[in-house]
Design a protein around this ligand. Structure first.
Ligand code: ZN
Length: 357
């Protein structure tokens, strides 16, 4: 049943601490993880993988659970463009990105190869679909049928994303595309969490007006009240920075009862820098998260991490924000909200799968 393996892992950890010390752990010792990671990429833009047993070693006892999402887009190595220099990231080549649906099988197979107690620490996500294709829901349904008992959500998939959208083959992803509504509607029907990357703005903002994609994204979210939607990086990116007043816009959506199914994902170290880098920005974000502590999850957005230090640094990038929060709010953002949202998704998706048989 849900979460039992996770609980037994945690109890096992406590037991191990007791065994090691022969007495209850001192107050400063951890009796559970510091974080769950709502946003980890076990494959990169050329589909190199993190071996999950190694990744579990990086998580150690600091990170309890992780949502696993492959990268749905493959960077083409176009010899005519880059010759012998093989690109491994979308910023290292002018050649196109294309959808790589096999990534979902790679993630599912890697998770299924683990023993049940380790598998229980992961929430895999279906990501290898083209969000401009009315057939995308067929892909999601097929993955659920081939790999029952594995997936908790869909995403991270991108609609408007700086640099990436114009490099992706086919016509550009758009909030106006009815294929996106179909995907979100189907996710709600199944109970899959949806982690959506959609930049709030273009790289060079139009001055004096609201961020370019903000209102249209919110309209799309509002149309799907039965779907739990996580907004990746709260709409920000490497180049898309918060405009003055951005925190106020976010507060507006958190206050809006028609958007109670929308959650904000705090992830990506380059976004963390924008938020914690300036004292006044940090203070505004601390107040926002303290005011709405049930509506944020924390993620690394790390991509095929190679060692624990670099992996954990992506979560620690948020330390100044976390330390500014009330302890209860910090706990929700680091752990509690993940458990609530992903446990509910697991339960709903398993029930949907059982009803298909
Ligand atoms: Zn990501």
């Amino acid at each position: 049943m849900l979460g039992i393996g996770w609980r037994s892992w945690r109890m096992g950890f406590v037991a191990a601490v007791l065994l090691a010390h022969g007495a209850p752990a001192p107050a400063q010792s951890p009796v559970g993880p510091d974080f769950h990671d709502a946003h980890y990429h076990p494959t990169d833009y050329i589909q190199q993988e993190t071996a999950l047993p190694e990744f579990l070693g990086m998580m150690g006892d600091r990170v309890g659970r992780a949502a696993l999402m492959g990268i749905p887009l493959q960077q083409k190595w176009d010899w005519f463009e880059s010759g012998d220099r093989a690109p491994d990231y979308y910023l290292r080549s002018d050649a196109a990105l294309y959808y790589y649906p096999f990534v979902d099988a790679m993630v599912a197979e890697a998770v299924r190869a683990l023993p049940p107690d380790q598998r229980d620490r992961f929430d895999p996500m279906i990501t290898g679909f083209n969000p401009t294709d009315m057939y995308a829901t067929d892909h999601i349904r097929r993955v659920l049928r081939l790999y029952p008992g594995v997936f908790s959500g869909i995403g991270e998939f991108s609609i408007h994303k700086e640099v990436v959208s114009p490099k992706t083959v086919g016509h550009v992803a758009s909030l106006r595309n009815p294929a996106l509504d179909r995907i979100l509607e189907f996710a709600g029907e199944v109970g899959l969490l949806a982690l959506v990357h959609n930049d709030a703005d273009v790289i060079l903002p139009h001055e004096g007006v609201r961020p370019t994609h903000f209102d249209r994204f919110i309209e799309v979210v509002r149309r799907h009240p039965g779907t739990t939607i996580l907004w990746a990086h709260a709409g920000l990116g490497r180049f898309v920075e918060p405009t003055p007043g951005y925190v106020g816009l976010l507060e507006g959506i958190l206050r809006d009862e028609g958007l109670n199914h929308l959650y904000l994902d705090l992830s990506w170290d380059v976004v963390a820098e924008q938020i914690v880098g300036l004292p006044e920005t940090l203070a505004a974000w601390v107040a926002l998260v303290n005011g709405w502590p049930d509506r944020f999850v924390l993620g690394s957005d790390a991509v095929v991490s190679s060692d624990a230090a670099s992996y954990l640094s992506a979560l620690e990038a948020w330390r100044q924000l976390l330390d500014g929060l009330d302890p209860a709010a910090s706990r929700k953002v680091r752990l509690g909200n993940y458990e609530r949202l992903f446990d509910a998704a697991r339960e709903r998706v398993r029930a949907w799968e059982a009803a298909q048989r």
